[in-house]
Ligand binder design. Sequence first.
Ligand SMILES: Cc1ncc(COP(=O)(O)O)c(C=O)c1O
Length: 380
Amino acid sequence: MAIPHRYGQAGWDFPFQRPLLPPPSAWLDDLAEAYDARWFSNHGALARRLEAALARRCARSVVLANNGTSAITAALMALGLAPGAAVVLPAFTFPATLCAVEQAGLTPVLADVDAHSWELSVECVEAACRGRGDIGAVLAVRVFGLCRDFSALQGWCDARGLPLLIDAAAALGGELDDGRPVGAQGAMETFSLHATKVFAIGEGGAIACDPARVDVLRRVMNFGLEGGDVTSAGFNGKLSEFAAAVGLAQDRVFDAQLALRRAAAQAYAGFFAERHRGWGLAQTPGRPPWQAFPLLAPDAGAADALEGALARAGVQLRRYYRPALHLTRAAARYAARPLEQAGDLAARMVCLPMYSDWRDGELGALFDRLDDALRQLPTP
Ligand SMILES: Cc1ncc(COP(=O)(O)O)c(C=O)c1O
């Protein structure tokens, strides 16, 4: 039976996501401040307050952006690389990472990822750079918001004078194993505040950086304007006061949502450890916010079969990040060699539902359906 192509929540007993944004009653009072001041965008008071709140979470300065793709684009533009300079990024990521490199006027170089971490490693970056003299930066990705320590890659970049940026779109609020908050690594880390992320405001983004980068990031996201002149390339990347008001309300409930998601992720891990050991879990994930629960199928056929069996049982999963970028029509030309791990992971990865508002008994009911579906499949 074909897998139904249904998006959104309609028709699913367990949709992949159930975006939870603060209701208007939670942010209307904040917004009154913008109306009183008649100031609705351009680094308003609410945006500044949200930046301060996120800076506390990241232990670094934060500049807001109007979405996560703008945040990566601005971070790349703020590096001041030569036009067309090459940027290494993983082929196993959401297309936004690639779009940002192109939007910034730079040249993507797709790299393979490590089979165990599912992310860029020093070896992968080295292989992608081989024979090239035009590399200007490395853009790593925290896949699925997992919270790994990028010190080894940072050391490799430092030794070559290359800036390291980290697309941490789904990792806001996460911590590395040693307790350091996500946001503090690399030259800059970028986040998405999209409705489907855990820190959800609808559309929004953020960049964690050292204080010295704040002015250039603001300039880049304000058309390159500076002191009445246009001093660099730029675009409009600013976040409105409406979105910032939602963000301030989200910040007030975020810790409770993180706790609920982390408990659910632990339950998922226990379920697979006890009952279905042939399926791969994220290794050394740190303490992610768990936007979704990624699961590596033993092979592509099993991933397809699970997707079909769960769809028939009313459970929606998503095949992130598929297709791997080097297998897409628009980006194949950015890969100089076959990227086997990225292709393999894209074919085998499934992402299971995760919510910020699990209801009583809901996770157990989901595990029952998951158990039934997995038992229908050939034993790996
Ligand atoms: C890895 C990654 N990078 C960047 C983005 C882009 O974020 P936005 O949708 O806020 O532009 C996403 C969005 O899902 C993502 O998953």
